[in-house]
Design a protein around this ligand. Structure first.
Ligand code: TYM
Length: 424
């Protein structure tokens, strides 16, 4: 067990004992074969060039695979085509999405909850993924959204002063707002700011703390004897926004509005714990929809890191930086020479530029054509990278333009506890 509270694969497997039968993994899972992939809130790595084996992860975590039936149901109920991140299996796993769709079908309310740990000013392209998808969910289902900025978490885990973490939360809120969330339907809060103002939130935190033992959080998160008690009790803080009673101003004191949490699967341990305690608190379990990881430029074995600027594209990068990083660092699945590439073709499964296109090139036909031409060797790595650079420059450039208009005042107005445009 690590000193800094980093979970291990074994810890997560132990954690599955926390869940109810519905979410228990198949008894036939051979856990030992899966230990090469490490997926937890602090570390995501795999020994395979193709990255994490997500099918195995579903079994290990005891979640459900997003299948064609679920996607077709979403399309039928909403009358909208599924988002490309859903169609392409990037959002690949869920817990109780059908329950959320049942509610939607019966015109019963639910809300969305997601978050960000503000560890640096620069968010990377991977952080955009859950937020882009959350925006689509919000627009498609027309529901309230709460976004938690865990400045307290980053203060506890990183070498940051409390005030610095709080400032980073404000800066990250501006990036999130620039993605285009509707101010009338979205509440963004920093833990340092909101929790002290909300007795209801605090009460849910403490109720959660009473229901989870030290042994259980050790099992789930890998905390050790020398971890500070702030870390040990932090999971209760990330759990509490899953309960509508934590936001009496939005839900008119209702404690029965269920929530759906979009996130990458690294955050799932928090919510396995939350799902375990919820019924014992008289609340509904949060539903979840999980994404895979946007890979580091160097390849799918690693998670991107804000402390390594060359590991990814950041929302603060210039056009020139984007071009240089993609050309220099994006791991290529192409042949070593033009001749070899033309003869054997490129390998899209490991090619990072191609992987990035699957996240950000929305045109299905174009993507399929690129895959065909790259795999056959007709298209060279250079062309693939050129196409990617143009797409990323546009997304990042447009984002930077929108962010310029997000002043401190705009951010504070999203972060003010208030009623949203929904009646309960
Ligand atoms: P954080 O800041 O590490 O990540 C923010 C969100 O981005 C997802 N994510 C990624 N998605 C795709 N590809 C990647 N490479 C990638 N890296 C990170 C994370 O899963 C997350 O959804 N403790 C949390 C903050 C938090 C939260 C939440 C997140 C509080 N409440 C509820 C999700 C849902 C954190 O530090 O996230």
């Amino acid at each position: 067990m690590s000193e800094n509270g980093t979970g291990t694969a074994e810890n997560e497997i132990e954690n599955m004992n926390l869940e109810d039968n519905h979410d228990k993994p198949s008894e036939n899972v051979d856990v030992d074969n899966n230990l090469d992939d490490v997926v937890n809130p602090w570390n995501v790595s795999s020994s395979s060039a193709k990255g994490v084996d997500y099918d195995k992860l579903i079994k290990r975590f005891g979640s459900s695979k997003i299948d064609d039936v679920l996607i077709a149901r979403i399309e039928k109920l909403t009358g909208k085509p599924a988002h490309h991140l859903l169609r392409r299996g990037i959002f690949f796993s869920h817990r109780e999405m059908h329950h959320i769709l049942d509610l939607y079908e019966k015109k019963k309310p639910f809300y969305l909850y997601t978050g960000r740990g503000p560890s640096s000013t620069a968010m990377h392209m991977g952080h955009l993924i859950p937020f882009l998808f959350t925006k689509w969910l919000q627009e498609t289902f027309d529901v309230p959204l709460v976004i938690q900025l865990t400045d307290d978490e980053k203060y506890l885990w990183k070498d940051l002063q409390a005030e610095e973490a709080k400032q980073l939360a404000l800066e990250n809120a501006k990036d999130i707002i620039a993605i285009g969330f509707d101010i009338n339907k979205t509440f963004i809060f920093s833990d340092f700011n909101y929790i002290g103002q909300s007795p209801a939130f605090y009460m849910n935190m403490v109720k959660t703390q009473k229901l989870v033992t030290f042994n259980q959080v050790k099992g789930i998160f890998g905390f050790g004897d020398s971890d500070c008690i702030g870390k040990i009790s932090f999971p209760a803080i990330q759990a509490s926004p899953s309960f509508s009673s934590s936001f009496p101003q939005i839900f008119n004191n209702r404690k029965d509005v269920p929530c759906l949490i979009p996130c990458a699967i690294d955050q799932d341990p928090y919510f396995r714990m939350t799902r375990d305690v919820a019924p014992r608190m008289g609340y509904q379990k949060p539903a979840l929809i999980h994404s895979t990881f946007f890979p580091a430029l160097q390849g799918a074995q690693t998670k991107m890191s804000a402390s390594d600027p060359n590991s990814s594209i950041f929302l603060t990068d210039t056009n020139k930086q984007i071009k240089t990083k993609v050309n220099k660092y994006a791991f290529s699945g192409g042949g070593d020479t033009v001749e070899e590439h033309k003869e054997k073709g490129g390998n899209c499964d490991v090619d990072v530029s191609y992987q990035y296109l699957t996240f950000f090139l929305e045109d299905d036909d174009r993507l399929a054509q690129i895959k065909k031409d790259y795999s056959s060797g007709e298209l060279l790595t250079g062309y693939l990278k050129k196409e990617l650079v143009e797409i990323l420059q546009k997304i990042v450039g447009d984002h930077q333009q929108r962010r310029k208009n997000v002043t401190d005042e705009v951010a504070y107005s999203y972060m003010k506890p208030r009623k949203l445009d929904f009646n309960y």
